[in-house]
Design a binder for this molecule. Structure first.
Ligand SMILES: *Cc1c(COP(=O)(O)O)cnc(C)c1O
Length: 380
């Protein structure tokens, strides 16, 4: 049945754009006036501002989050036969970046409470070929970094953080991205700090690594036309940098809005049978890139019922990496928690200024959908 209310999308970018429109227009106009579109003053200023915010020595603005992972892998010299321990429950780019160099992602199962890699399983997967650990701070919440960093240190492994979904979140008083050897961010429009196009950034405290990444960004050249490495064209453009400079000072407020929205969902959805609300670990902030619940029975049908009620949701991710055709051959045994999560997860509408009445509609439609699928339990 069609709902009489306007549809609630899974993400609405319009309120944020509206609230910043005057500032954004001015920033865009300034770029047009300056006629400097590549590696201009806004890219430089954004890098300095982002580095200060994240408390890192170097921030290198790039074309995308995928490129940040690719350039991190390249700069760390990951090559054919190297192994990198990571999570199977992530966006494809996490593994793809490694595969470009012939490095092999080695998947450990996830912690069912946080959907993040189960750090306790890392050490048993280390071999003589392991070069790095690649934690993904999924849905806006940190991986359990202290034990991960200890394992990395003990075995002399690099740590590459995929922070695409967690700009601004912290762990033990540090910003995510600043804990490992290198952090990779995405400014895809839907991310917590989003541009109006593609964008990404690599951060590091290591001067030599930063220099290599800066060279790789522009065709492997320190000095134009004096190329020393085979690199990329992976610059963040000046318009996107100007837009990100407008948005960066508002990112904490936006993340707080997401947290408030998550607390509202916790209140509205806690205790509904058949539904598990996401858990927040105690020693870290969660910036709720996604508010992801588990539906133990008939998730796909619940999603369809919500769609019919005018409520957008997403499944991140329906097929874990080790079940994708590209990576199927890598994983001998199953990864039961990952597979259960892939079958149960549903990400609900969330953005910094989602209204209480919208969340109430989501909650009541979800409760009704769960009610409707309940008689099917056990009947299959
Ligand atoms: C979005 C995302 C990326 C890739 O970022 P792009 O900017 O889209 O290339 C990588 N990893 C994760 C976990 C992501 O969510």
């Amino acid at each position: 049945m069609e709902s009489q209310y306007p549809r609630i999308p899974v993400l609405d970018l319009a309120p944020e754009i509206e609230s910043l429109r005057a500032e954004l227009k001015e920033a865009i106009d300034n770029v047009l006036d300056g006629c400097h579109f590549i590696m201009g003053p806004n890219v430089k200023a954004f890098e300095a501002e982002a580095a200060a915010y994240l408390r890192v020595r170097h921030a290198i603005a790039l074309n995308s989050g995928t490129d940040a992972l690719v350039i991190a892998a390249d700069a760390l010299n990951l090559r054919e036969g190297d192994e990198v321990i990571t999570t199977p429950f992530t966006f494809f780019a996490t593994g793809e970046a490694l595969s470009h160099f012939g490095a092999k992602p080695v998947f450990v199962d996830i912690d069912p409470d946080t959907f993040n890699m189960d750090v306790g399983q890392i050490e048993s997967r280390i071999t003589g070929r392991t070069k790095a650990i690649l934690p993904v701070h999924l849905f806006g919440q940190s991986v359990d970094m202290d034990p991960l960093l200890q394992v990395a240190k003990r075995h002399g492994l690099f740590v590459i953080e995929d922070v695409a979904q967690a700009f601004g979140a912290d762990y033990s008083g540090k910003k995510l991205g600043a804990l490992g050897d290198v952090g990779a961010f995405s400014f895809f429009p839907s991310k917590n700090l989003g541009a109006f196009g593609d964008g990404g950034m690599l951060v590091t405290d290591d001067d030599a690594l930063a220099e290599r990444a800066r060279m790789l960004r522009v065709h492997g050249a320190r000095k134009k036309y004096h190329n020393e490495l085979v690199g990329y064209n992976s610059r963040l453009d000046e318009l996107q940098a100007a837009i990100l400079r407008v948005k960066l000072p508002h990112v904490d407020e936006a993340n707080e809005g997401r947290l408030r929205a998550a607390e509202t969902y916790d209140r509205l959805l806690g205790g509904i049978p058949g539904l598990t609300i996401p858990k927040r670990a105690a020693d870290r902030t969660h910036v709720y890139h996604q508010y992801t619940v588990r539906i133990s029975n008939s998730r796909d049908r619940v999603q369809k019922l919500l769609e019919d009620a005018g409520i957008g949701t997403m499944v991140y991710y329906p097929v874990p990496m080790h079940r994708l055709p590209v990576y199927e051959h890598l994983q001998a045994g199953g990864l039961p928690e990952t597979e259960r999560a892939a079958a149960e997860v549903l990400s609900l509408p969330i953005w910094p200024t989602i209204r209480q009445d919208q969340q109430e509609r989501v909650a009541s439609a979800l409760a009704a959908a769960l009610q409707e699928v309940r008689p099917l339990a056990g009947a299959v």
